[in-house]
Design a protein around this ligand. Structure first.
Ligand code: 5RP
Length: 273
């Protein structure tokens, strides 16, 4: 791996654990101002110091992230369709690699829609983005998107989508957790990070998902809604970090979560007194 590419990968994946806790805040590109992302600057600011990388579009990067920040940026560069359409697979590349380089990002990310109506276009876009990324030393993350077909989140489908993405040259893949997730990881020769999907009923359920993913061999998380739609986003992020970087059990991560909640409540009382 050339120096620029290697340096960018190492900035996102922590040296000791080899893993990464990326915070995904790119949902607005097709969902609009979804719950708790109405004011992205306010959502992002407290999370930024605890994120190994931040996933955003260029619009939100410019608007909501201070340029003095040293948090690695994972730039979403695909789009072109919204939740108002039935088929979400008709995406294209919406941000050039030159702009990604100008924005000094650590990696670029795009959704790939394996098995969808626009599968061919999607995989060609991925290949073209990888060619451009390799030329600039910028790693490409493929996101194995399922669109509205949530039932596609099974090991057989995800293993295929991840493997195809890696074969085309993606340096890392983001996918969804599923039963038998180890099978997905096993078949993919590049690091996999796990998305959280829609907000789960409890923080515990999100921690269990993270724990299951790490146990199965994932190199971390690229999680959004289960962090910033939680009532305690920073505490949740710290608890997830304990799983990803320190191999904490779910019970230990819950202790981190509760400890952080108690600390926050104490400092809030102190401010109010
Ligand atoms: C949106 C994305 C998200 O970045 C990804 O799904 C992670 O976020 P969440 O944990 O909320 O699912 O790719 O298209």
């Amino acid at each position: 791996m050339e120096w620029g590419m290697a340096n960018r990968m190492h900035r996102m994946f922590q040296p000791v654990s080899g893993n990464s806790v990326m915070v995904a805040v790119d949902h607005g590109y097709f969902m609009g101002p979804t719950r708790r992302l109405e004011n992205t600057r306010a959502t992002i600011a407290p999370l930024l110091p605890y994120a190994d990388a931040l996933g955003v579009t260029r619009g939100i990067l410019r608007h909501a992230v201070d340029p003095t920040s040293t948090t690695p940026i994972l730039l979403r560069v695909s789009g072109g369709v919204t939740v108002l359409k039935e088929d979400l697979s008709h995406e294209a590349i919406t941000t050039s690699i030159e702009d990604a380089a100008r924005l000094n990002v650590c990696a670029v990310a795009m959704s790939v829609f394996v098995g969808a109506q626009y599968e061919h276009e999607s995989l060609v876009h991925l290949s073209n983005l990888i060619d451009a990324g390799e030329e600039h030393g910028i790693p490409v993350m493929a996101i194995t998107a399922v669109g509205k077909e949530l039932e596609k989140r099974d090991a057989r489908y995800l293993a295929l989508a991840c493997r195809v993405s890696a074969e085309l040259g993606a340096r890392m893949v983001k996918t969804y957790f599923c039963e038998n997730f180890a099978k997905v990881v096993e078949g993919c020769p590049v690091p996999i990070v796990c998305a959280g999907g829609p907000k789960l009923d409890t923080d515990r359920a999100a921690l269990e998902l993270a724990h299951g993913a790490i146990e199965a061999g994932a190199h971390g998380l690229d999680m959004g809604r289960n962090i910033w739609q939680s009532d305690h986003p920073v505490a949740m992020l710290k608890a997830l970090r304990s799983i990803v970087h320190e191999k904490a059990t779910v019970r230990e991560a819950l202790e981190v979560l509760d400890g952080e909640k108690a600390r926050l409540a104490t400092s809030k009382r102190a401010v109010e007194a």
